[in-house]
Design a protein around this ligand. Structure first.
Ligand code: UFG
Length: 345
C-alpha cells in the first residue's frame, strides 16, 4: 500500500515526502517538473535513506495517471500539484483553470475508477479572500480575489459535490497560511523560478546579495507598525499536518477543512528584524505602495486541526528564519547550482 503524492517535488510536497517516509509510509510521486526539480526528490531520498518511485507525468494525461494506479497499490492521495503564483494567474487564467481544476477532476476520476477515495487536498488561506476578522476560523466566509484563489475555492466546492454524490469518500481540505522555513538539513527548501513573489525567498535572496533590497508593500495598514501581518508557518510543521490529516481520513469518511497555521501573526518589519537577528545580515528595504489585493492582517484559528487532527505547529519564527537562511546560504542558486556542476563534469 502506498500514498500517491502529486507535486511531490515542490516546496511543501518535498517536505511532506520526508515526513511520510520518516513515518514509514511507502510513497509514489507524480510530478511534471514544470516548476520543480527532480533533484529535490533525490535529496528527499538522501535525507531519509529511502527510495520511492517517481513518475514524470502530467495529471492532465489521464492514461498516464491510470498507469500509476495500475502499477502501484495506492491507498490515498495527497494532491499538491498545481500552479500557485497569484500575479501569473491574473495574466494566464485559463492555464490556471486547466492545470489546477481540470487536473484535479481527472485525478478524482482515476481515483474513483480504482476505488481509491482518500484524498488530502492542498488548499490555501487564500479562500478567505480579505478576511472580515482574525483569527480566521474554517467557517468564515469564503471568496476569491484572483484566478489562483478561485481555483482553490472551486476545487474545494468540487470535492464537496463529489462527497455529496458518494459518501464513501474521505477528504481533508488543508488551508495553509504562509509557509516558510526549510528542512533543518538545509538540503531541501523553497526554490522559486525568477524573482520571488513571496516575502521569505525575497528576503533570503537579498541576504545573499542576489537582490538589492526588499520592497515593503505599504506601511499604512492598521497594524502594529503599519506593515502587513501574516501567520507564517514552518514547512516541516505543515508537512506533519499532512501526515496527521492522512491518518485521520484513512479511518473514516467525510469532508472537512482545516486551517494549518500557528495562530500568531507577525508584521513584515517583525519578520525582517527576526531574520536579521538570526542571520546577522542586514536586509535593506524600502517602503513602497501597497500591493493590490493584499489584506492588512491574516492569521489562523488553528484549534480545529488541534482538536480533530491532534496537530499543532511547534516551530516559531526564529526557527523558520534560521532554516530558510540555512537552505538559501547552502544553496545560493537553489537546485540550479547542481545542474551547473553536472554540466562541468
Ligand atoms: N510582502 C512585501 N514585499 C514583498 C513580498 C511580500 O512587503 O516583496 C508582504 C506582503 O504585502 C504581505 C506579506 O509580505 O504583507 C506576505 O506576503 P507573501 O506574498 O509572502 O504572502 P501572501 O500572504 O500575500 O500570500 C500567501 C501565498 C498565497 C496564498 C496566501 C493565502 O503566497 O499563495 O498566502 O493567504 F494564497
Amino acid at each position: 500500500m502506498a500514498i500517491l503524492i502529486t507535486g511531490g517535488a515542490g516546496f511543501i510536497g518535498s517536505h511532506t515526502c520526508v515526513a511520510l517516509l520518516e513515518a514509514d509510509y511507502d510513497i509514489v510521486v507524480v510530478d511534471n517538473f514544470s516548476n520543480s526539480e527532480p533533484e529535490a526528490l533525490r535529496r528527499v531520498m538522501e535525507i531519509t535513506g529511502k527510495s520511492f518511485k517517481v513518475y514524470a507525468f502530467d495529471l492532465l494525461n489521464e492514461k498516464d495517471l491510470e498507469t500509476v494506479f495500475i502499477e502501484n497499490h495506492i491507498e490515498a492521495v495527497i494532491h499538491f500539484a498545481g500552479l500557485k503564483a497569484v500575479g501569473e494567474s491574473v495574466a494566464i487564467p485559463l492555464s490556471y483553470y486547466q492545470n489546477n481544476i481540470t487536473s484535479t477532476v481527472i485525478l478524482c476520476e482515476v481515483m474513483k475508477k480504482f476505488n481509491v477515495k482518500n484524498l488530502v487536498f492542498s488548499s490555501s488561506a487564500t479562500v478567505y479572500g480579505i478576511p472580515e476578522q482574525n483569527p480566521i476560523s474554517e467557517d468564515a466566509n469564503l471568496w476569491a480575489m484572483n484566478p489562483y484563489g478561485r481555483t482553490k475555492l472551486m476545487i474545494e466546492e468540487i470535492l464537496r459535490d463529489l462527497y455529496q454524490s458518494d459518501q464513501s469518500w474521505s477528504i481533508a481540505l488543508l488551508r495553509y497560511f504562509n509557509p516558510i522555513g526549510a528542512h533543518e538539513s538545509g538540503m531541501i527548501g523553497e526554490n522559486p523560478q525568477g524573482t520571488p513573489n513571496n516575502i521569505m525567498p525575497y528576503v533570503t535572496q537579498v541576504a545573499i546579495g542576489k537582490l538589492r533590497e526588499l520592497k515593503v508593500f505599504g506601511n499604512n495598514y492598521p497594524t502594529i507598525d503599519g506593515t502587513g501581518v501574516r501567520d507564517y508557518i514552518h514547512v516541516v510543521d505543515l508537512a506533519h499536518g499532512h501526515l496527521m490529516a492522512l491518518e485521520k481520513i484513512c479511518g473514516q469518511t467525510g469532508i472537512e477543512a482545516y486551517n494549518l497555521g500557528t495562530g500568531k501573526g507577525y508584521s513584515v518589519l517583525e519578520l525582517i528584524s527576526t531574520f536579521e537577528k538570526i542571520s546577522g545580515v542586514k536586509i535593506p528595504y524600502r517602503i513602497v505602495e501597497r500591493r493590490p489585493g493584499d489584506s492588512a492582517v491574516s492569521f489562523a484559528d488553528p484549534s480545529k486541526a488541534e482538536r480533530e487532527l491532534g496537530w499543532a505547529a511547534k516551530k516559531g519564527l526564529a526557527e523558520m528564519c534560521a532554516d530558510s537562511w540555512r537552505w538559501q546560504s547552502k544553496n545560493p542558486k537553489g537546485y540550479e547550482e547542481l545542474k551547473g556542476m553536472k554540466a562541468l563534469l
